[in-house]
Write a protein that binds this ligand. Structure first.
Ligand code: SF4
Length: 388
């Protein structure tokens, strides 16, 4: 078996995943941000070693697609010079940290310091499930509340730092210097108290089962009220830009790098360019909050995924103008539903026989209709959203 043939893991850079278009190599930017030089280097590497397509993931990572396995070692060397490679697979897997893109002048420097300090202490973390993650949400108000994470660093309405276990309404207050070890202590308690079963487990479920650490009586500080997930367009601190189906062209990333600004990578499949008010136009970019493509999600599908039963994105692109306001369409190449694990108003899930139509459910849920052809779907796109 080749070193790349194992499926169903979360890919990294050191441990990529083999897909239908070559290797998928995931890069975890430190502090969820790239310097212009790092962004330019990634754009260059995506073209040199891959097919030039870059996925923006829900973990605030970048994925280079179509990487030739014979180029992998050379790609790692290029990424190492950009300081984007971890010491080993274990360190890469543990470094599952999302940092708020909204850092504000008042809290930005501390947020960056906290992210770096947490990376250091995670060297002492126990074995954790690969999906176990950390959110550093220490801007003026939390914005990552809807983003998957197991231990969260946030602030109270008065600006005091708190460490909060996901699933608990309150956290415990900490000083800046205490915060990284308090996060580590919570993750260690999770592992030691049986939160990991057969390599899996999440904090919220562990708490829901009644588990509590001995210092849980200190969980009495409420986080500040969350702000809404940002939309594409200008923002007080910069500009949010999304990519159609979360996929950027290397050339576009190169254009952003040339603007000379820090590029923050968000978990909403958007980039945030600090201190600018507009971005250069490029194919597939979404820069307005009312863009109809934001109501439609589609996974990689054919030919990029080995497990798909159909192409997905052309169909999703054709259907996007017909998705009613307030509804969401998910086109999935198989029942795994990678692109949108939550329920959608309408999910079209490809099977060997055609498309299943699922209403208000996930790709793996029971279908309302089965074996639809692409032609049937495109003939009456509005009927997908009619009440049955
Ligand atoms: S949901 Fe899409 S990307 Fe995920 S495995 Fe299935 S076909 Fe591939």
């Amino acid at each position: 078996m080749s070193r790349f043939e194992i499926k169903n893991w979360c890919p990294g850079a050191l441990r990529p995943m083999l897909s239908g278009d070559g290797l998928v190599v995931r890069i975890r930017p430190h502090g969820s941000a790239l310097s212009p030089a790092q962004a330019a280097g990634i754009a260059n590497a995506a073209t040199k070693h891959g097919n030039g397509l870059i996925d923006l993931t829900s973990r605030a990572n970048l994925q280079l697609r179509g990487v030739d396995p014979s180029s992998h070692d050379e790609l790692l060397a290029d990424l190492a010079t950009l300081v984007l490679i971890d010491r080993d697979v274990a360190a890469e897997t543990r470094r599952n940290i999302i940092v708020t893109p909204l850092r504000c002048a008042r809290h930005g420097p501390e947020t960056i310091e906290l992210a770096a300090a947490l990376e250091e202490v995670l060297d002492h973390a126990p074995d954790l499930p690969s999906k176990f993650g950390f959110a550093i949400d220490t801007g003026e108000a939390p914005v990552l509340a809807e983003v998957s994470a197991d231990v969260r660093l946030e602030r109270t309405a008065c600006g005091q730092l708190i460490v909060r276990a996901d699933g608990a309404p309150c956290g415990s207050t900490v000083t800046r210097s205490e915060a990284p070890n308090a996060v580590l202590a919570l993750a260690s308690w999770f592992a030691e108290s049986g939160g990991v079963q057969e390599g899996r487990g999440r904090m919220a479920r562990h708490l829901a089962n009644g588990s509590r650490p001995s210092n849980a009586q200190d969980w009495n500080a409420l986080p500040a009220t969350s702000v809404a997930t940002p939309a594409p367009g200008p923002h007080d601190e910069g500009f949010f830009v999304a990519a159609e189906f979360g996929q950027l062209h290397a050339e576009t990333l190169g254009k952003f790098a040339a603007m000379g600004r820090e590029i923050r990578v968000t978990p909403w499949r958007m980039l945030f360019l600090s201190d600018i008010s507009d971005v250069p136009d490029a194919e597939g970019l979404i820069t307005k909050a009312d863009d109809l493509r934001l109501n439609t999600t589609a996974c990689t599908g054919a030919p990029g995924c080995l497990q798909t039963h159909a192409q997905t994105r052309e169909l999703a692109r054709a259907l996007a103008p017909h998705v009613p306001k307030g509804s969401h369409l998910h086109v999935s190449g198989c029942s795994k539903g990678c692109a949108h694990p939550a329920p959608a108003t309408v999910t079209l899930c490809a099977t060997p026989e055609g498309f299943d139509l699922i209403k208000n459910g996930r790709a793996c849920d029971r279908s309302h209709r089965a074996n639809l052809t692409e032609e049937e779907i495109l003939l009456l796109p509005h009927s997908l959203f009619e009440a049955s």
